[in-house]
Design a protein around this ligand. Structure first.
Ligand SMILES: Cc1cc2nc3c(=O)[nH]c(=O)nc-3n(C[C@H](O)[C@H](O)[C@H](O)COP(=O)(O)O)c2cc1C
Length: 362
């Protein structure tokens, strides 16, 4: 069996994020926005797979953000999504993004092992502790302060199910379980590659103790460096090494002005105003996903890509920024587009060769 793509040789790894959801990461009204039709999602996953992109990462969403488009209301559940894609792809890692409070760890352990078995060891787990009160309300849940305390118990249970063939009882603060077991286990040992999506210090502490990599945001490459140093320090205190992945939205065009004009068009002129207000307000209040000043400075980034970093420009400019991200210490980034099917081919054709020439990918 070839190594899991996340353990492959490329210094700077790439993933496609949020293609399972309408709008992708955008909050825009342009007619070409992503509608996440199943056949289009499959085409994008296969294209990324053939091009040697390391991972396909869905967003975990249960409800849309209102406004005219109600973006993200249409989103595929992420375990079944990964399982279905395992049948139509060959090499790419297939992550599931899973909300700790909404998905029971006994279920998650079995679902993740199923994807790992079905995909020949290509599963990945992206743990999110969640932030949207409306989504929590759909499950009859409230947001709790100690979300990472629950996350730690949740992940402990999942790990034990994957590691242990003997039934066990679990007596935690959040879970009291009897006689727990689950077979099959995953193909990957000791368990599938695991990320935690977070930005806040408690999120980084959780990553330091528990997962392989942090999946986080940054606003400038300089600030990204600080996050990486901080994450590495926290991990070292636990005697561990934790990689840091990040996330960007991309407009890649032949000329710089063409890319910038389109960015202005879809993320400013055609922003879905009510949903941007709603999203930014709820996220600032209930999550630590971004630095506080980002909400004041970067509305365009929220409409353009949910507050992720913008890679806007020519293939050369985007490749240069990715190389700088690699040099800053990021293990890789995800990319997202207004329309993945229309825009991914140009990115693959023109940016990947430049990353190879720069020596950050083989
Ligand atoms: C890069 C990134 C991706 C995220 N993806 C999701 C997601 O798919 N679904 C979700 O509900 N929350 C997502 N979140 C938010 C987390 O669930 C979490 O609520 C948020 O980061 C707050 O935790 P923190 O304060 O530790 O950062 C993401 C956060 C980050 C930083």
């Amino acid at each position: 069996m070839s190594p899991h793509p996340m353990h492959g040789p490329n210094r700077f790894k790439l993933g496609v994020f949020s293609a399972n959801s309408d709008g992708g990461l955008t909050l825009t009204k342009v007619p070409e926005r992503w509608t996440a039709q199943w056949k289009d999602v499959v085409a994008v996953a296969q294209m990324a797979d053939k091009a040697g992109i390391e991972f396909f990462l869905p967003i975990a969403r249960w409800k849309g953000f209102g406004g005219e488009m109600n973006s993200r209301e249409w989103s595929y559940e992420t375990f079944t999504f990964a399982a279905a894609l395992s049948g139509v792809t060959e090499r790419i890692a297939l992550f599931s993004t899973v909300h700790v409070p909404m998905v029971h760890p006994v279920y998650a352990a079995k679902a993740l092992a199923t994807v790992d078995q079905a995909s020949g060891g290509r599963a990945g787990l992206n743990i999110v502790c969640g932030w949207s009160p409306e989504e929590f309300g759909m499950f009859g849940l409230e947001l709790i302060e100690d979300r990472y305390g629950q996350g730690m118990e949740w992940f402990d249970i999942l790990k034990r199910i994957h590691a242990d063939t003997r039934p066990f009882d679990y007596d935690g603060k959040y879970y009291k379980l009897k006689n727990v077991s689950g077979r099959p286990g995953p193909v990957q040992t000791p368990r599938p590659v695991t990320l935690n999506a977070a930005f806040s210090p408690p999120g980084r502490d959780f990553a330091a103790k528990a997962v392989d990599c942090l999946f986080t945001t940054f606003s400038t490459i300089e600030k990204g460096k600080d996050t990486i140093t901080d994450m590495k320090t926290r991990a070292a205190a636990e005697g561990r090494d934790v990689g840091v992945y990040t996330t960007c939205h991309v407009v890649c065009r032949e000329s710089q002005s063409e890319a910038e004009d389109y960015y202005e068009h879809y993320a400013v002129e055609m922003e879905d105003t009510v949903s941007v207000d709603h999203y930014m307000g709820a996220k600032e209040k209930n999550s630590g996903s971004h630095a506080a000043e980002d909400y004041k400075l970067h509305r365009k980034r929220f409409a353009g890509g949910a507050g992720t970093y913008p890679l806007i420009g020519t293939p050369a400019r985007i490749a240069d920024e990715m190389v700088a991200m690699c040099e800053a210490g990021f293990a890789g980034t995800t990319v997202s587009f207004v329309n993945y099917l229309k825009e991914l081919p140009y990115f693959l054709e023109h940016v990947l060769p430049r990353l190879k020439a720069a020596g950050v990918r083989l």
